[in-house]
Structure formats: C-alpha cells, structure tokens
Write a new protein. Sequence first.
Length: 503
Amino acid sequence: MSNPLYDTLFGRHAGKTTPFLHLENGTSLSHADFLARAAQLAHAMVSLGVRPGDRVAAQIDKSPDALALYAACAQAGLVFLPLNTGYTADEVSYFVENSGAALFVCQDHRRAEMSVLAKSTGAFLETLDQDQGGSLAKRADRQPADFDTVDRDGDDLAAFLYTSGTTGRSKGAMLTQNNLLSNAQTLAELWQFTAQDVLLHALPIFHTHGLFVAVNVTLAAGGSMIFLPKFDLDFLLENMHRATAMMGVPTFYTRLLEDPRFTRDRTRDMRVFISGSAPLLAETHVQFEDRTGHRILERYGMTETNMNTSNPYDGERKAGTVGFPLPGVELKITDPATGDTLANGEIGQIEVRGPNVFKGYWEMPEKTAAELRENGFFITGDLGRIDDDGYVSIVGRDKDMIISGGYNIYPKEIELLIDDQPGVLESAVIGVPHPDFGEAVLGIVVAKPSANPEPDQILRNISTSLARFKQPRALIFVRELPRNTMGKVQKNLLRKEYENYAQ
Ligand code: MLC
Ligand code: AMP
C-alpha cells in the first residue's frame, strides 16, 4: 500500500514532536499534532460520504486547519481544489459546478450565501474557519486522530487548480501526485532546504506558489514555517530574524524595500529570498542586494507546470532572468507560427516538458490539445529567450493576461461583463504599470451612440461578479478602440497611451 504524495511529504513526519507551524500568536503546532488534525479532517470528509477521486473545493481563510485539509485530501485520496478567498459566489459556483466537486468547504460567515450553489450542484456544504471553527472542524473534533492512508498511484490526481483563459472560461488544471512531488523534491534539493530551515510564509495557500512551492518544499525538507494568515509588513520585519528563508511575489520585496526599517541587520540570519509569480524588476534585484547583501533568487513557474526554471543557489543569480531549466525539465524556445526550435538569443514561445507538467484541463480535450503537444511539451503562453550562458528570460506574454500583485487576471472575463452593461458598445481591458502591484487593471470603454453610461455604475454592477483584485481601478471612455487592419484591438497602443495612469 502506498500513497507517494502523502507518504513522502506528510507521513514520514509522523510522531515528530518538533514544531511544523509557528503561528502569529506565538504558539506552534508540531508535525504530529498537524498530522493528527489532518487525520481527523480525513475522517470527517469520509463520514460525509466523500470517496477517493472525488474533488473537494475549498474557499477558506489561511489557517493550520486549512493546510491540514490539504494533507487530509492527500491522505484520503481526494482531489484538492483550493479557491481564492476573493472570488465572488458567481465565480465560485462555476468552479464547484465545473469540477463536479463532491464537497465544498467555505468560510462560516458565507454559509448562507453558498448554500444555494451547493444545493444546485449537489455538493455537500461544510465550513471551516481560522481557530478551528466551522462545521467541518466540529465534525473533525469528534474523529480519531489516525486514518488509514488511501492507496494511490503517482499518476493519480492530487489537485485541481483553476486558471482563467483568454476566452474568459476558466480551466481546471489537473495535477497528479507525481507532478507535485517531483517538483517539491527537485526544488528542496536545488535551494538546499533542510530540516533546520524556517520559512517565512506570508503567501496565500490557494495558489501554486504558496501551497505547492512554499509548503511542499518545506515538507520535503522536514523544515518548519512561520505561518502568517496574510502578508503583514510589520510582522515580517519583526520576525525575520527567526527565519532562514522567504518566498514571495515581487510586491513583497518592493514593499519591504520601501520601508526604512528593512535593513541589512534584519536579514542577517536569512539564508535565501526567493521570488516568482510575476516579473521581478532588475532594479528591485539590485536595490535589494545594495540594502541587504542578499541576491534574490528568481524562479519561473505556472499553475499547469509548477516550477520550470530557477536561478542557481550556488552560482550567479542573474537579475532580470529566471535562471536555468530545473533538473529533469526540458525547456525550448519555439517559433509561434511553426513550432520550430529557435536558436539561443532569439525570442519565441516558451515550451516545457517534464514530470512537473500537468495531465490536461478537466473535461476540455480541445483546450488541452491546443496547449499540450502530443510529444509532452506544454506551450506556456510566455515569450522568452535563452542567453549564451543558458539563462532564460521572460520578455513578454503571448496570452492576454495581466499580473497584479502576483494574481493573474484575464481581460476577456472582465470585457465580457463590461460589454454587457447598458449603454456600452465595447471595451478593452489592459494592464498598466503600478508601483505596488506591478500592473493595475484599467478598462477602456466605448459607449453606444447617444448613450451616456456612468463609469461608477458599471463598476458597481460588475463588482458582484468579479473578485476585487480583478476589478478595473478606473474606466476611461474613448470614442473608438484602435484596431489593426485585421480588426483586432491594438492593446499595445492602449498600454502605451495609458502607461503613466497608475504611477
Ligand atoms: C489585494 N488587492 C489587490 C491585490 N491584492 N488588487 C490587485 N491585485 C492584488 N494582488 C486589493 C484589495 O482587495 C484592496 O482593495 C486593495 O487592493 C489594497 O489591499 P492591500 O491590503 O494593500 O492588499 P494586501 O492584502 O496587502 O495584498 C496584496 C498582496 C496579495 C500582494 C500581499 O495580493 C498577495 O498575497 N499576493 C500574492 C498572490 C500569489 O500568491 N500569487 C501566486 C500565484 S501562483 P480595496 O480597493 O477594496 O481596498 C503563480 C505561479 C508561480 O503565479 O509561478 O508562482
Ligand atoms: P499562474 O497561471 O497564476 O500560475 O501564473 C503563471 C504565469 O506567471 C506564468 O505563465 C508567467 O507569465 C508568470 N510568471 C511566473 N513566474 C514569473 C517570473 N519569475 N517572471 C515573470 N513572469 C512569471
């Protein structure tokens, strides 16, 4: 009997009384206590009738119980489907319905709001809150603290993560046990994580970065985490001396640098700072080194593939690059028109192949076939180049996507909502440079002839369907959108025109 993901990341820490999670309130949770809680949660889910292979969707705040739910899913052979807590009920209902989730776990205060959607999809509805509150937590409290791990194969699904698409419809990326495990082990070794490491964990745990990179790497090495509910600058500054490593999106690093309390002395005991999910400006890299003496280690990944490349731990960490393909991962730059591999130095689409690459999109064979080649290479939608030393740089995106504070936003989804508003003829949503989030969302709108729609009213109307982070910071009305001879909106011209809008 085996379950590679559970056994390797969680099970092997059974009985360890050393701390695993250091919490904000000064207490800590040992590996053994964490696993006992995961076992209780696994029993609680099984007692509801959830069976191996079922999807468990969870839109819950970050807490030890939320993390234990991930471990419980691995142990019970369930497919974990974490969701951004910012999503509205409209957005969530698509994920729960599309995935056919057997169980939907939400925040306790949203139970009434979510009960309609649970009823319509037939999913069990349970709640889980921070501080061990909520109906699933109460159910778990009554359960035994050990659970017979369900037998799984490395090729079995471990997680679904939804990623939006250029057509506006989100796709469920199916990740196997081996996808997650191989990447965690590779990264732990490459970044030299050990049981002595203490990771400052301030990322959300509903995306690849916070869950599969930060948590899985720590677990693979047997280390511990200072586990914060969310990014908190003061807490990070005050507690950095207790940590050895940090992972963050570039906004974490620019926010630290903006604070004069962030000094070389505070980072003295740190071993490594890792950045990803969005481009880290070379300027931030340089400023960070000047201030602290540390060179940020930048890596590149995505939901469908986990991590693909990383700058070296030992060796030159080149600012403005994302380093080398990871051991076991093949990466090539290809011509978007022909698919032919391009020479070093040339810009093209980034394609990757390896044990990290997902199995496909849930029930979307055409989308899977369009992005995942039969030979196993995944077309990332990112544009890049490889320099003569083998370092990969990301120079742009072939997909129409905005990255704000590390969250991906697909303009199409927002444009469809704006275009549906009374008095609107059409719209184009773009990302413009933003000092804190990297990019901010801006809507450029054309009104119907003789209509005079109110920007604030449109923003209010769409706010019920869109997470706050996706909502445009402003709507700008124009007479027409610039188009090329093929009739395609030239977003590059709009981005240029409004590049200083959010500065
Ligand atoms: C919050 N807001 C955002 C936002 N985060 N708006 C745009 N983009 C974001 N990322 C909104 C809030 O709703 C609020 O709205 C206002 O901005 C100010 O909020 P804040 O208090 O300043 O934000 P904060 O809570 O500090 O959050 C910012 C952040 C957070 C950067 C810490 O967004 C974050 O943790 N980002 C990490 C995302 C991440 O994990 N990405 C990994 C994806 S995996 P208002 O107007 O109502 O006040 C991936 C693969 C890979 O990409 O390679 O890793
Ligand atoms: P997601 O779909 O949320 O997983 O986001 C993945 C996307 O984030 C990638 O396709 C890239 O466009 C972007 N990304 C991740 N890491 C980096 C990085 N280090 N530099 C630039 N872009 C990145």
